[in-house]
Design a protein around this ligand. Structure first.
Ligand SMILES: [Zn+2]
Length: 530
């Protein structure tokens, strides 16, 4: 039996990365990510795994982001008994991020069950709870970087972690399979940009048989801005947002992005480039992640300055729900940083509900906004949005700063792959939306980094044989799950939201009550005859 791989997630989407590798002697995963974004994609989190968790010998984890690690508690809950090998900082970050994710699952299900009860529907269980997540932490084992490692449960496999420059502790994982022939594989994980101010540039080996390459920004060419330029841009945006009765809301990922923004804001205020104003970090997760950052600051670029800024009294961290609610009563200009970065969950939604209608407010997006998320809808200039069942007219200024990316852009991805040459077999593009993957595939071929036909774009549950030095060969896969990427996006939930808004709009614009009633009668007739 040859070495095979199955794309169990992040296949033509940006979330849920998980690759199942099988050899005649063992079976393991690289990453076990949660699906995020549109509801049809999130539904995959409830689907059974396409393998039996107890048959998996180990997990090798690239980094702590939930779209790479988020289903590990479910894996453990459903019978996985092996170790999870990953870098030291990733172990520490997962120890705060996974229980938080469990808490989010519990909250989401609580709200859903409340609604379901009102509609007379049955209750659902969370994918996993905070307790399940805590239980899964026992499986984590910290590994050193840059060194070949062998594991008892993975006979015939060696693995080596390389810095991926994407976030604290992030890595690409090199695999060497010693079967009849020796096959060398590299999984990029998420790759950071060359201009990251926290992380050192990504590294990796040369001469491989197959490479799995992330493609989040495969269709973007973002000139690398240096740190001074980024701060200047942030300075301009904060100045523009400073309304005496307003607020600046910054939806941000709690880990790394929040700390980077805090560092820049505090530095700008301390040097007098922007007036001092309260900066509220409204996220228990960000508080804990900040502690992990302080602990590992030595491994960061600019570590000392970061440590000083994160301890500044200008920063207020709010832990409890009560403290969080009191932010709404704050007077005078203030800045609120809260998750989630794509506005599809978390405390930022309360702040958006409070401020989104107000012209005195500014919302500043700082990260990638996946299709179908509230963040993307706002950036796309939607005049009205729905938050927790309520329609809100957008009055706030919507701005974006793109300089905080944790991801390499297309030229950087191509350069990274070029530095891995020669690649004798296939290049698999994963972790990207189809347009980004198409663009990256075209660029790699046009630039001569990949041969025509060498680049593959696996769909969910596609399985391949990985031979030495020649292209991967597709193979039939048992237990295929429904592929949400094939269902088209935006998904029907987004379309429903748009339809409801259109109906409300039409009713509001109708000249009088009679016209409104006539319209509603027509809608009812259509539904009943459908
Ligand atoms: Zn990531």
């Amino acid at each position: 039996m040859p070495v095979t791989v199955r794309a169990c997630g992040a296949a033509r989407t940006v979330t849920g990365l998980s690759l199942l590798f099988e050899t005649p002697r063992t079976r393991f995963l690289v990453d076990c990510g949660m699906f995020q974004g549109p509801k049809t994609l999130k539904a995959l989190n409830w689907e059974p795994f396409p393998y039996r968790p107890r048959d998996i010998a180990a997990v090798l984890l690239t980094h702590a982001h939930i779209d790479h690690s988020g289903l590990l508690p479910k894996l453990v809950k459903e019978g996985f008994r092996g170790p999870i090998h990953t870098s030291g900082p990733t172990v520490d970050l997962c120890a705060v991020m996974l229980p938080d994710s469990g808490h989010v699952q519990e909250m989401e299900v609580k709200h859903l069950n409340l609604r379901n009860r009102r509609r007379g529907r049955g209750e659902v269980e969370p994918i996993y709870t905070a307790n399940d997540a805590v239980a899964s932490l026992r499986a984590f084992r910290s590994v050193p970087m840059d060194r070949w490692l062998e594991f008892d449960e993975l006979p015939g496999v060696r693995a080596r972690w390389w810095n991926a420059g994407h976030m604290l502790g992030s890595a690409s994982i090199e695999l060497e399979f010693q079967e009849e022939e020796t096959v060398r594989v590299l999984v990029s994980g998420d790759l950071g940009p060359d201009c990251s101010v926290f992380q050192h540039d990504p590294q990796g080996p040369e001469a491989l048989d197959h490479v799995f390459l992330e493609s989040t920004y495969g269709d973007e060419d973002k000139p690398c801005v240096d740190h001074a330029e980024r701060r200047a841009r942030l300075e301009g945006l904060v100045r523009e947002a400073m309304h005496p009765d307003g607020a600046l809301l910054i939806p941000a990922f709690a880990v790394e992005r929040t700390q980077e923004i805090c560092w820049d804001l505090v530095t700008l205020m301390q040097s007098g480039r922007i007036p001092k104003a309260p900066i509220v970090v409204d996220s228990p997760l960000a508080i804990r992640a900040t502690e992990v950052f302080l602990e590992h600051a030595a491994s960061l670029e600019n570590g000392r300055s970061v440590r000083r800024a994160l301890r500044s009294p200008l920063l207020q961290f709010t832990e409890s729900g009560e403290q969080s609610r009191r932010i709404a009563e704050m007077e005078g200009f203030h800045i609120v940083i809260a998750g989630s970065g794509m506005c599809d969950a978390g405390r930022i939604r309360h702040h958006l509900k409070r401020w989104l209608w107000a012209p005195e407010a500014t919302v500043l997006m700082t990260g990638f906004q996946a299709e179908g998320t509230l963040g993307r809808l706002l950036l796309d200039g939607k005049e009205e949005v729905r938050i927790q069942g309520e329609t809100i007219r957008v009055g706030a200024r919507i701005r974006q700063i793109r300089d905080y990316s944790g991801h390499a852009d297309a030229p950087e991805l191509a350069a990274w792959l070029k530095a891995r040459a020669p690649v004798g077999g296939s290049v698999f593009l994963v972790h990207g939306e189809p347009p980004a993957m198409e663009a990256l595939a075209a660029r790699l071929t046009a630039d001569g980094v990949a041969r025509p036909g060498q680049v593959l774009q696996p769909a969910l549950d596609d399985t391949f044989i990985l031979p030495k030095g020649s292209p991967a060969r597709p193979r039939d896969a048992a237990r295929r799950r429904p592929d949400p990427a094939a269902a088209g996006r935006p998904d029907w939930h987004n379309k429903r939201a748009a339809l409801l808004l259109a109906i409300e709009d039409a009713l509001e614009k109708a000249p009088d009550t009679a016209a409104r009633e006539a319209l509603m009668a027509r809608l009812r007739t259509t539904m009943e005859t459908h």
